[in-house]
Design a protein around this ligand. Structure first.
Ligand code: HEC
Length: 321
């Protein structure tokens, strides 16, 4: 039902509009029923409106609202309904009538309801109290540091890298020197999954046969990515690869601002080289299946694939601050 979708950006307005319209329809219905002599009793109308609004905020609103917030909305709705049913003395008397009828037990049916209520309510409260005093044996919560502190240095294929000062040797400007500004400027700008910058310009398109320097290295990083990483991290780098859901934790989603965009390039380099097994103790007890790529890729390939991930997502590595 696409026409019924809540449109992003207009959601609050749409929600208030829909609720107002539903209440208006309800009022209209109630009014015409009343004219026909079959008006809904105030008590049931109040409960009906409340249940309708509760169902609406529970099932209609997306993304889902947490229970604690729904409880607030539910309470506010209840206050509103009370204001409505107590607008005049006559309304209020009408609303209270079914409750008093049951409490006074004026007919056998009411007496029966009263007996049931007098048994069920204390039982319910007793059960609730019992539940909350029961000791619980839940597993302890497992906390895992997703981005643990990296070591000061890391050794790769016999060479030691000091993470504070190491630089990606392929992140170079037109002069062949390390130049993050130059390369940031060339990272992809995506709109609806397409390259927006001039695709015929080898300065911006890594797949252009004349692409040189940084752009050519990005392409080589892309080759490494699509030969090794996309099974898990997804061909759109969003962590939705073919194998992704076999694992817990699931593979990182690089398009999410919480992963590589938050990290220094050398941190990512270290993570790719050492994988799950290279994580320090604080990253456990979750078992990461991220492979230690130093066993399969050269140092250069790792630098290039890291650069490709930044290029493709349009993010820049965090600089030392
Ligand atoms: C077998 C599946 C698998 C493959 C293949 C794989 N990864 Fe991963 N990767 C993971 C999982 C799972 C995580 C999340 C857990 C973790 O942080 O270790 C992860 C995490 C990462 C992270 C850390 C992101 C962060 O925010 O800390 C980087 C970077 C990364 N992968 C890069 C790569 C690269 C580059 C390749 C290819 C050379 C690759 N991965 C191949 C499973 C995989």
């Amino acid at each position: 039902m696409t026409w019924l979708k809540l449109v992003e950006g207009y959601m609050p307005g749409q929600m208030i509009g829909e609720l107002a319209l539903s209440i208006l329809l309800f009022a209209l219905l109630n009014w015409s029923l009343k004219r026909a002599g079959m008006g809904i009793p105030k008590f049931w109308a109040g409960i009906g409106v409340w249940v309708f609004i509760w169902l609406y905020i529970t099932y209609r609103i997306y993304p889902p609202i947490p229970f604690s917030v729904r409880a607030i909305y539910g309470t506010v709705t209840m206050c509103g309904i009370f204001m409505w049913v107590s607008g005049s003395e006559a309304d209020w008397q009408e609303f209270k009538k079914p409750i008093f009828n049951v409490m006074d037990g004026i007919t056998p049916r009411h007496r029966f309801l009263r007996t049931v209520a007098l048994i069920l309510i204390p039982l319910g409260i007793g059960g609730f109290a019992y539940q909350s005093y029961l000791p619980s044996f839940d597993e302890p919560i497992e906390l895992r540091t997703v981005h643990p502190a990296p070591p000061a240095t890391t050794k790769l294929h016999g060479k030691t890298f000091v993470l504070q000062i190491a630089e990606n040797p392929f992140r170079v400007g037109s002069e062949g020197k390390y130049d993050q500004e130059y390369t940031n400027e060339r990272s992809v700008v995506q709109a609806m999954g397409r390259l927006v910058k001039d695709v015929n310009d080898p300065n911006y398109n890594p797949w252009d046969p004349n692409a040189e320097g940084y752009m050519k290295y990005v392409r080589e990083g892309g080759e490494v990515f699509f030969q090794n990483c996309h099974f898990c991290h997804g061909d759109n780098l969003n962590g939705r690869g073919l194998w992704a859901y076999a694992f817990n934790p699931i593979p990182a989603n690089f398009t999410d601002a919480g992963t590589i965009a938050q990290l220094q390039e050398t941190f990512v380099f270290w993570r790719v080289a050492k994988g799950g097994p290279g994580l320090p103790g604080e990253a456990f007890p979750w078992a990461s299946v991220m492979p230690p790529w130093e066993q399969h890729l050269t140092t250069d390939e790792i630098w290039k694939v890291v650069m490709f991930e930044y290029w493709h997502t349009g993010y820049y590595p965090r600089t030392w601050d």
